[in-house]
Design a protein around this ligand. Sequence first.
Ligand SMILES: [Zn+2]
Ligand SMILES: [Zn+2]
Length: 437
Amino acid sequence: MSDVVLLGTGGWNWPNPFCRCASCEWARAAGETRTNSSALVDGTVLLDCGPDVPGAAVRHGVPLDGVRLLLLTHAHADHVSPQVLTLRHWAGRAEPLVVAGPPAAIALHEHWVDPAGAVELRTVLPGDKVTVDGYEARALPAAHGDAITGTCVLYDLTTPDGTRLLYATDTGPLPAETLAATDGRAYDLVLLEETFGDWPGSEAHGHLGLREFGEAVAALRRNAAVAGHTRVVATHLGDHNPPGPELARRLGAHGAELLPDGAVLTFPGPGPRTVAPQRVLILGGARSGKSLEAEHRLLAEPEVVYVATSLQTEDDAEWAERVALHRARRPAAWQTVETLDLVPLLATEGPPLLVDCLTLWLAAGYEDPARIDALVTAWRRTRRRLVAVSNEVGSGVVPATESGRAFRDALGRLNAAIAAESDEVWLTVAGIPQRLR
Ligand SMILES: [Zn+2]
Ligand SMILES: [Zn+2]
């Protein structure tokens, strides 16, 4: 049996005391505070120790006297606080302690070590192993760092009872060497950073946003580092994220959890509780964010078939450009199929389908009720995971032509019929998804 205490799940502080953004204001009002990312394993191994960590241990009622191995990921100031060694010294702790980390992080600790004490500083680089009291840590490459930090690492930790943990902060998209080193690990717990929410440019800062987080989970699923029993928990959360309930929903779509600071996880224990709905219909007006929402829901899937229901015509340059843009936005691992023949796709087993969109599918034959009935029946019977997008047009201007009105009416009926056979139905307005069913 192993236990992991999340001493912190923030980057710096969320809320940021200097910030009045909606996300910080929400956190203040809700009393949901997060401080420097850190995790304590079995009271013995401490992963990262930023300046807030000793205080967090005090607040959560967790003593640190049993720590025998302190693993540091890098020298950024939210991950190290060498003065903690003085706190320990004042308490008269004479038991051995190994402090391991990349060179720049270890260098910061040199002046804080009592020469008469039993603290050993150990430099690690990607690929190195540290073993203390039966706890085995492997340093893995991180996509993070600058002139201050030099090399940064992530940790793969195995406890004496065989519990496996991946501690992955701070990092941009996981390097190929890290994915190779985690191949087949089927971790019990993955603590994965998600610093920036929907804020653009997280990769450039050596971090993950919600999109990159989903893609990282997909990559870890493809190499069996994340398995069915793996709990994936987001950490290093910053105030570019949406307020908690929305963030929890977004992470849930990736099969990941948002837990409060101080949360305790035990292994073996209950696995992840998030179960993806099988059939989801996402409605919305033009540019409402419905396609983005649909894509987001499947980002953490190891394989996805993207079904474009438009048959690209060569003479429409604007349309071709739009299609190319959408395609560039989708993960490289996704397969794209351009077809109007949805029924056979729904009837066969395979990876999840993203159907974008039903409106165009209908336009290719809206006068034929048999065609529509066949789709609705296939939707009801399918065993595949499905996310489909359709336009919500009924509240717009009444079409000027008779055929326009007939199409609008047919689309309304199709949306209602598909909605009735869906596990979840959402409406996106101004980029905000609202659950209808
Ligand atoms: Zn950090
Ligand atoms: Zn950092």
